[in-house]
Ligand binder design. Sequence first.
Ligand SMILES: NC(=O)c1ccc[n+]([C@@H]2O[C@H](COP(=O)([O-])OP(=O)(O)OC[C@H]3O[C@@H](n4cnc5c(N)ncnc54)[C@H](OP(=O)(O)O)[C@@H]3O)[C@@H](O)[C@H]2O)c1
Length: 309
Amino acid sequence: MISILFLCSDLHKMNMNSVCVSLFSKRHLEKFCNCKKFLSAKAYIFDKQFDNFPKATDFKLVEEELGPIKDGEFLTEAVYLSVDPYMRAYAPRLKTGKTFLGSQVARNTAYFGFLELCQPKKGEMVFVTGAAGAVGSLVGQIAKIKGCKVVGIAGSDEKGKWLTDELGFDHFINYKSDDLVQKIRECAPNGIDCYFDNVGGEISSKIMFNMNTFGRISVCGAISGYNENKPPKATLVQYPITMNQLRMEGFIVHRWLDRWFEGIEQNRKWIQEGKLKYRETVTHGFENMFNAFADMLKGGNIGKALVKV
Ligand SMILES: NC(=O)c1ccc[n+]([C@@H]2O[C@H](COP(=O)([O-])OP(=O)(O)OC[C@H]3O[C@@H](n4cnc5c(N)ncnc54)[C@H](OP(=O)(O)O)[C@@H]3O)[C@@H](O)[C@H]2O)c1
């Protein structure tokens, strides 16, 4: 019987989520089991609830001794870890004093959240916010695969260039420097059919006011409000929802757990066929994990934000 201890990172029990883990070899394991000293591992403890934007002092980086391997446990080493907005959004629900956790679900979030809720049809106009991030960049490309026109909204011209020149988005809007209303109308003179919402707030309200009758909105996240203790105010969207008979639905990707491998398989196929490209912004070192997290929240990442342990 194989008895393996489960630990993570450098290493430990799921510090921030392990994206890529490698099982220790049998030789390592035997050495570990026979040695008297236990391995130690580093972990980020969530020490203080965030007050608006997270601070490094809200965490404690600790080193813990790992107990012996018990039956049914297994030993892993994290190679890459993920930092993502979910970690900020869920923080108010977390207890302090415990290891801070994350997740990595961008591909299936884009696949199911967009296709199931927006039900895009060939020729339709699709808008996506957070467009140069992990989820948004995939949503736009999936929309192109489905024969739609795609407009991506993100926070820098460098991101916009990547979206239009390399990923095939039809247009890009920089929400920080463009006149949003004017640009929306220029990019979508015949209105918007599908909106994949990663950011919420006023950007989303402005998009919804330009949607066509029976338009569909998939609400994936609301990062524009995650770092505020009070939710930001935005223009009422009930008016366009009613007048244009829009359908707006939120989701948590685990809704499709029973179809999880369908999403993974389809993403893999599209990547192999060259239809889906991805990019990663990699920060090196477990000790730099907070910086990677804060930088991602400020828009420093293009594509998926990762930490190489
Ligand atoms: N529902 C689910 O099951 C589920 C699962 C995974 C993720 N999500 C959500 O999906 C969204 C995207 O996640 P991701 O992992 O792909 O992150 P990401 O887009 O790779 O990174 C976050 C991005 O948000 C943008 N941002 C930050 N502040 C903003 C603001 N005030 N207004 C507009 N944009 C802002 C930044 O890009 P800019 O340079 O463009 O500002 C930043 O790069 C998040 O809202 C997340 O919570 C939901």
